[in-house]
Structure formats: C-alpha cells, structure tokens
Design a protein around this ligand. Structure first.
Ligand code: NAD
Length: 498
C-alpha cells in the first residue's frame, strides 16, 4: 500500500511518528494509501527549513518569483489529467468536477503572477519641506495554510500561490483525507524552479495544527474548514500574536421570486445543490420560494429532477455526482435526513436506499429533498454537507430576505428573479458575504476576493484578490528628509508637516 509522507525542504520525506490515517477511494470504499500524521517535532523541522530558505526568496525580485508561478501553470496543464484523476479517486468527485477544482486554483496562481504590480507601494513627494513619504510591502516570513478535504487543489493554491509570490515561505497542512494532490502540487512548484524549503507540505491532524498555532516563527495562518475549527484556530492564533483568516461552514440560500424563470432556476438548484454530492462550501442547501404558487411550481419541477439524478463512480464522466468522501460523512448525512424526518419536515425524495451496482462498498447517497422545512429545525440551522436540499416556504419577499440574513452562517446566497429592483434591493440588504443574481454559486473570480460573513468567516481580510496581498505582506512606511531641507533646530512637540 502507498504511504504518503511529507514534502519538506524540496523532497518527500517519510513520517516518523508511527501514526497514519487511511486515505480512501470513496468510489470503491477501499483504503488506497496511508498518510503520515506529523508530530510537533516534525512540524518544527519543516518550519526551521522554511525559515532558513525564506530570506533569499524574499529578496528575489518579484518578477523572478512570478516566473516560477508562470512555469508552474504550464506544468499543471501538462499533468492536468493525471492530477484530476488522482483528485477524483481520493475525494470522490467526478473527473470533470476535479478539473474545475484544479482550474479555480490555477486562476489564483495566474492572478499571483501579477505580483510585481500588486506589491507596489505608494509615494508622496513633498509631504513637508524636503520630506518625501513612501510605503513598501514586505513578506511576513513563514506563513501557514490549513485546508479542508473538499477542494484539495483549489484551496491550497488559493493560499500558497499569493503567499509565495509575495516572498513568504509556506507550510501547507492539507486535509488528511485527500493529501495526494497537495503533495503533487508541491513537487510541481519545485520543478517550476521554486527553491527547496519555500513550499512544504506537512501532513497531519490536530497535533500538526496545534504545532502550527504554537510555533513562534509562523507569522500568519490561513484556514478553511468547518466553523468550530475555524473559530478555534482564529482564537488560538490571536493568543500567539499571529495574523489569521479562518473560513468556516455554510448554509447557502437561494431565494426564488414569483417572476423567476423556473426552468433556469431548477437547473441552477440541481447543479448547485447536488454537484460534488453537496460537499461544497458554496453549495445551495436551502431553497426559499416566495409565495405558495411559486413553491408548488418549484416542487413540481424539482422532484422528478432529484429522482433522476445520475450518481456514479468518480471515473464516470457522465455522472452528475459521485460518492461522499468517507463512510463517516455518509452516515452523518444520512443521520441528518433521519433528523429531518423526526422534526416533521416532508421528505419529498429519499435517496438513502441508493445502491451503486458494482460499487456496493462505495460511499454513495441518492439525492434527498425536503419540503416544509422551518427555521427551528436542526436540518435548517446546521450544515449537512451532502446531497440534501431543504425547501423553506416564505410568504413574501421580506420573510425571504430575513432568512439568510438572520442565519448564523453567511457564506453565499442567490436570488432568482427577472426584477432588477428586487435583485438590487436584495444585494444591498442581505447580510451575507457573496451574492449571486440568477447565479447559484457566486464564487468570485480570482481578482476579486472570496469570503463569507458571520460564522462563515473569522478575520478581516478575504482570500485571493487584493486582500491576499494585504494578508501575506506587512506595510512599512518611510518618511525621509534630506539635509538640504530646512534646518529647524530641536523640536520638542509632536512633529507636524508644515
Ligand atoms: P474540517 O474542519 O474537519 O477540517 C479542516 C482542516 O482542519 C483539516 O486540515 C483538518 O485536518 C483540520 N482539523 C480537523 N479537526 C481539527 C481539530 N480538532 N483541531 C485542529 N485542526 C483540525 O473540515 P473538512 O471536513 O475538511 O471540510 C469541510 C468543511 O469546510 C465544511 O464545513 C465546509 O463548509 C468548509 N469549507 C469552507 C470553505 C469557505 O471558504 N468558507 C471552503 C471549503 C470548505
């Protein structure tokens, strides 16, 4: 069986802890690899390696740093099919979806190649007599990223590409459930010309994460995962004086106005609710039709579509979605379906009986659809993270607007309507970080920033786009005066610009 170690100092090294986690192939349910779980000492060794390599990389001119990323883009293109297959086999998503995972990460690497422009400071000539002021952005040093299982290519790239372009050394602690692609990406960065030690992958669990949080040489930590862990990391990072941006779970609503194009809306809900088996932080998990007639029309069209979803192994390119990531995840989602039934929601489509012929041990679940879900139910309040869509019927627009706005999570939201006034009002007032207007999954493009509100995001800067440069650099401001300027003698009060 394949054993996955760590990628430290430019090479794969064996884990020394003797502790391993199983890496499954969700479509068959078989264990295909064992990944090493790092100790605190192994994390420390990686940080020391990164800290030794970083000063020279930080002093490399930004254009040369960008060229490494340009080469990396080329190499990922070369290995695209191989990476997508590995990703699909470890995660469970279909190969076309795995390609999208890689592509959305590459777009941020592309953005990061513009770093010579993005890192430019500001300059004011003559801010006072003979006085010029300028600012510069400098790398932080060693920074870390802790990433979830559901986008094993995209989210690591969202983190390491801008951080490295800005001149930092990076420690990546990917999800222990699908570590193969992050390890492969680190090897490609090295092949692209990145000096050893600048990108390290240290696999592990809570022990490795806590080692990151306690390490005095790590200056910033970026996290993506579930909300309780996001909050834990945010608070603990603050205690040790680190910069932190921690993105959490979600409950993304789609509001369906009476004038919406219902066929287009149903297409959007099917893709965004069930694609990737609902294991996306931007998946639509709640549909809110406004008015009884809208709700009835929606259910009439939605039920046959959910019943006819094509579930298949990850290697079937015609499948709508594949298995869930682990047996535990499958059982957790099935348990939520049972909770919904107990709470009194109407289970309009029950996918729990689904069996994949030839893949009986895979972690498959048919699409599930609930109607008449209410605000007080656990299946409404909590993140399910599976192919389960809940319909909450709203009487009017005001009630529909209040639902996502008052929810604990605030990652994404969408409105389906042909009314520009309603859409504009919704975008302005809804208390959620990312909004789609007739767009079900409003993940902003790489040169904008990505981030949810409330329990979906802790910290004040978003991921990618201009915020990533702010997060991974510190600003230094220089005020300079040259001797030919005015001579004033000693000044005892606070200096003012005259
Ligand atoms: P998770 O919180 O279980 O794990 C995320 C990371 O934290 C992993 O690297 C894991 O090893 C580590 N971790 C797990 N338990 C820990 C603990 N007790 N202490 C320290 N570290 C720990 O999340 P997941 O199941 O891998 O991913 C799914 C979650 O991620 C969902 O909640 C989803 O909504 C969220 N997510 C959010 C975004 C976003 O941008 N907001 C994007 C993708 C996924």
């Amino acid at each position: 069986m394949r054993t996955i170690g760590h990628f430290i100092g430019g090479k794969e090294v064996e884990g020394k802890s003797g502790r391993f986690a199983d890496v499954f192939e969700p479509m068959t349910g078989e264990v295909k690899a064992k990944v090493a779980l790092a100790t605190k000492a192994e994390m420390r060794a990686a940080v020391e390696n990164a800290a030794a390599a970083q000063p020279a990389w930080g002093a490399t001119n930004p254009q040369r740093r960008a060229r490494v990323l340009m080469k990396f883009l080329e190499l990922v293109q070369r290995d695209y099919d191989k990476l997508a297959e590995l990703l699909a086999r470890e995660h469970g998503k279909t190969i076309p979806d795995a390609k999208g995972d890689i592509q959305r990460g590459l777009e941020v690497a592309e953005f990061a190649t513009g770093i010579p422009h993005l890192m430019k400071g500001e300059y004011t000539e003559g801010a006072g007599p003979g006085i010029d002021i300028y600012s510069m952005r400098q790398p932080l040093g060693v920074v870390a990223g802790i990433t979830p299982f559901n986008f094993p290519a995209m989210i690591p790239m969202w983190k390491f590409a801008p951080a490295i372009a800005c001149g930092n050394a990076f420690i990546l602690k990917p999800s222990e459930r699908d570590p193969g692609v992050p390890m492969a990406l680190a090897a490609l960065m090295l092949e692209a010309g990145l000096p050893p030690g600048i990108l390290n992958v240290v696999n592990g669990d809570k022990e490795a994460v806590d080692a990151i949080l306690d390490d005095p040489d790590i200056k910033a930590v970026g996290f993506v995962g579930s909300s309780p862990i996001a909050q834990y990391i945010y608070e603990r990072a603050a205690q040790t004086g680190k910069r932190a941006q921690c993105f959490g779970g979600a409950k993304n609503h789609a509001i369906i106005m009476p004038d919406a194009d219902m066929d287009q809306t149903v297409d959007a809900l099917i893709g965004a609710g069930y694609g990737s088996a609902g294991e996306r932080c931007m998946a639509i998990s709640v549909a809110v039709p406004v008015g009884k007639a809208t709700a009835d029309k929606l259910m009439e069209k939605l039920i046959p579509r959910v019943e006819s979803l094509k579930i298949g192994p990850s290697t079937d390119p015609t499948a709508d979605y594949g298995p869930l990531v682990t047996k535990d995840a499958l059982e957790r989602v099935k348990n939520y379906v049972e909770i919904g039934v107990q709470e009194g929601a109407t289970l309009a489509v029950d996918g729990r009986g689904f069996k994949m012929q030839g893949y009986e041990n895979g972690f498959y679940l048919g699409g599930c659809l609930f109607d008449n879900v209410t605000k007080d139910m656990r299946i409404y309040k909590e993140e399910i993270f599976g192919p389960v869509l809940s319909v909450v019927r709203a009487h009017d627009y005001a009630e529909a607007l209040a639902l996502p706005s008052d929810h604990d999570y605030g990652n994404g939201v969408a409105i389906f309507t042909r009314d520009g006034d309603a859409a504009r009002d919704f975008a302005a007032k809804v208390n959620v970080g990312m909004v789609g207007i007739n767009v079900p999954i409003p993940v902003p493009i790489a040169y904008y920033t990505f981030g949810g509100w409330k329990k979906s995001g802790f910290g004040d800067l978003n991921q990618h786009g201009p915020d990533s440069v702010r997060f991974y650099t510190k600003t230094k401001t220089v005020t300079s005066r040259w001797p030919s300027g005015v001579k004033e003698g000693a000044e005892f009060s606070i200096p003012l610009m005259k």
